[in-house]
Design a protein around this ligand. Structure first.
Ligand code: SF4
Length: 117
C-alpha cells in the first residue's frame, strides 16, 4: 500500500504526518495532532495547492515582489510564472493592488509599495 510522509505546514507545530492510500482512497492518516492536519494531508495527496510568491518586472525595469491572492493548484505554478513573466507592473503600486486578474484561478497582487520614478 503506497505511503507518503509529509510535514504539516498549517501551524508552527510542524507535525510529521504519514498517509497511506490505495488509488483514490485514503486508508490511514497518522501523526497529525488535530483535524486540520488530516485535512491538509488529504488535500496534499489529491489536490496540492500553493500560494505563489515571486517577483514581477515593472515598466521601469525593476523587480516588484508579488504573490497570488489565494492558493493555486501546484500543477499550474509554471503557467502562473509564464503569465507573470510576460506582464509588467505599471507604477505606482501599493500593497494589495491587483496587477494581473484571473491567473490560474487567482489574482496576482503586489506585496510591496513602489512609487514611480
Ligand atoms: S497537524 Fe495540527 S497541530 Fe500539527 S502542524 Fe498540522 S495543524 Fe498544527
Amino acid at each position: 500500500m503506497p505511503q507518503l510522509n509529509m510535514t504539516c505546514i498549517i501551524c508552527p507545530m510542524g507535525c510529521s504526518i504519514t498517509v497511506k492510500h490505495e488509488n483514490e482512497t485514503i486508508t490511514e492518516i497518522t501523526g497529525n495532532t488535530c483535524r486540520r492536519g488530516a485535512a491538509y494531508a488529504e488535500a496534499e495527496i489529491f489536490h496540492p495547492q500553493r500560494t505563489l510568491t515571486t517577483t514581477m518586472r515593472c515598466t521601469d525595469g525593476h523587480m516588484l515582489s508579488v504573490k497570488t491572492d489565494r492558493p493555486v493548484p501546484k500543477s499550474a505554478l509554471m503557467d502562473c510564472m509564464k503569465q507573470i513573466n510576460a506582464a509588467r507592473a505599471v507604477l505606482p503600486v501599493s500593497i494589495g493592488d491587483i496587477l494581473i486578474r484571473d491567473v490560474c484561478g487567482s489574482n496576482i497582487i503586489a506585496t510591496e509599495n513602489r512609487d514611480s520614478l
